[in-house]
Design a protein around this ligand. Structure first.
Ligand SMILES: *[C@@H]1O[C@H](CO)[C@@H](O)[C@H](O)[C@H]1NC(C)=O
Ligand SMILES: *[C@@H]1O[C@H](CO)[C@@H](O)[C@H](O)[C@H]1NC(C)=O
Length: 432
């Protein structure tokens, strides 16, 4: 497990405090944390309830950065375990409770000084529309793989441009750009369409014969994040209002990568979970999702595939385990974003700079825990604390996004934007 001890940023204090609280409260479970206070970390004389202040000071580990802004605003995740344990399923009353006990104002104030690295995400408005010298563009998707079929068609792009996106060779006979995905790039023919090469996996590598390089990282000519919804038209995106209260964690992996499997095995052995894919399957096969969740059925699909209902299936769980194949800067994939999209809290093992790409308090970052056991105890405590659980949804309910709106805009699904980038690069001859 990746660990991180040299935290100099304020935001790291939040999970540190949360963990400290969990430990403290397991020992002193009779403490009364009925209110959420705003208190300086080491000031006992504040007017806030003394128990709260004491708990913070006594459980705060020494390497707290001295440059931390003085007032720490405490919310529900800072007192996990202080409330009576509860089972819960329906999110609506849980959100209502959070609205009464914590409120958006407090959450927004807590993250007012949240620092994100703006350079981790490309700015969609970095080009000026007046640079554009054409009114229509057509993109031929040469290798389809999992490139979104939702984008097929002719539509209006940014800057008033019309765009055609197609996998059909006849429709694309006058294409401006050929989009290649990961492999099989061919040399560009004289006077032919530009070659755009989309490397979606880590580590990144450039074939060297591409005109435009697209990847998950901001240093590429076009950054395409995985944070887009609805890649594929024929899927069940149904998401219920409730979560299971018996099985906490969803995991699904069918490419049983050794590195990932070892982490998953260790973590999952400590929490009630369903492992739905081929790896570590514990539900009696890989086709169980529709048996468990008839609401995830695809109406007219006689032979459903697991990906037809993956969003719907995972949405029934409070947490989704998301482990990247490799822990690489900015390589944050659909494993995390699908869970965010369907309202399940990701438990994340992956990119060290993940907080530059996701909203504040939206995920449980495994790298901030000292051990898998500590992580598992934290997850179980949140799973029995409806108010704290609701707080992992506060980012979208209160509009506290960090870089996330930009990350969404930089996804391939934000078709209007990407197409403009391709064209502008073409005009300036970049990458050739
Ligand atoms: C900000 O993000 C960019 C792109 O990921 C990275 O190269 C740079 O090192 C980051 N800066 C900091 C201070 O983390
Ligand atoms: C592309 O052309 C170069 C010569 O310009 C050649 O060396 C290379 O093998 C070609 N690559 C492919 C994939 O066709």
């Amino acid at each position: 497990m990746a660990t991180s001890s040299s935290n100099s940023n304020f935001r790291y204090l939040i999970p540190v405090l949360s963990i400290a609280f969990v430990c403290t409260l397991f020992l002193f479970s009779n403490l009364d944390f009925s209110s959420y206070s705003i208190s300086p970390v080491s000031d006992n004389s504040a007017s806030s309830p003394t128990t709260t202040t004491k708990a913070v000071s006594s459980s705060t580990p020494s390497p707290i950065p001295t440059s931390t802004p003085a007032p720490v605003i405490l919310t529900a995740v800072d007192s996990i375990g202080s409330r009576p344990k509860e089972t819960f399923s329906d999110l609506i009353p849980v959100f209502d409770r959070w609205d009464r006990e914590v409120v958006c104002d407090r959450f927004q104030a807590k993250f007012k000084d949240w620092k994100v690295n703006a350079s981790a995400v490309q700015d969609i408005d970095r080009y000026d529309c007046s640079e554009l010298k054409m009114s229509h563009a057509s993109v031929y998707v040469k290798i389809s793989s999992w490139v979104p079929d939702i984008m097929e068609g002719l539509y209006l792009c940014r800057c008033g441009l019309s765009c055609l996106w197609t996998r059909n060779e006849a429709l694309a006979d006058k294409a401006d750009v050929w989009l290649w995905v990961t492999f099989q790039l061919e040399n560009r023919t004289e006077g032919g369409p530009l070659n755009a090469f989309y490397q979606c996996e880590a580590p990144r590598w450039r074939p060297g014969i591409e005109d435009i390089f697209i990847s998950y990282h901001a240093s590429s000519e076009v950054q395409s994040t995985y944070a887009g919804k609805f890649y594929t038209m024929h899927r069940n995106y149904n998401v219920p209002n409730y979560k299971r209260d018996d099985v906490l964690v969803y995991w699904s992996s069918s490419n049983c990568h050794k590195f990932r499997n070892e982490i998953a095995e260790k973590f999952l052995s400590l929490v009630p979970h369903h492992s739905m894919g081929k790896c570590l399957n514990n539900v009696g096969g890989t086709d169980m999702a529709l048996t468990f969740y008839p609401d995830c059925q695809m109406g007219d699909n006689p032979v459903p595939h697991w990906w037809d209902h993956i969003h719907c299936a995972m949405s029934h769980y409070k947490f989704v385990l998301a482990i990247e194949n490799t822990f690489t800067e900015s390589y944050v994939t659909e494993k995390l974003f699908y869970a965010l999209d369907v309202g399940s809290v990701p438990i994340y093992f992956g990119a060290p700079n993940v907080w530059d790409l996701v909203p504040p308090n939206s995920i449980i970052d495994a790298s901030k825990f000292n051990s898998i056991e500590e992580l598992a105890n934290y997850v179980k405590a949140v799973g029995e604390d409806p108010v704290a659980y609701a707080e992992f949804h506060a980012w979208h309910r209160c509009g506290v996004m960090g870089n996330y709106a930009k990350v969404r805009a930089a996804s391939l699904i934000s078709k209007l934007i990407q197409r403009k980038n391709l064209l502008l690069l073409r005009r300036s001859g970049a990458g050739a």
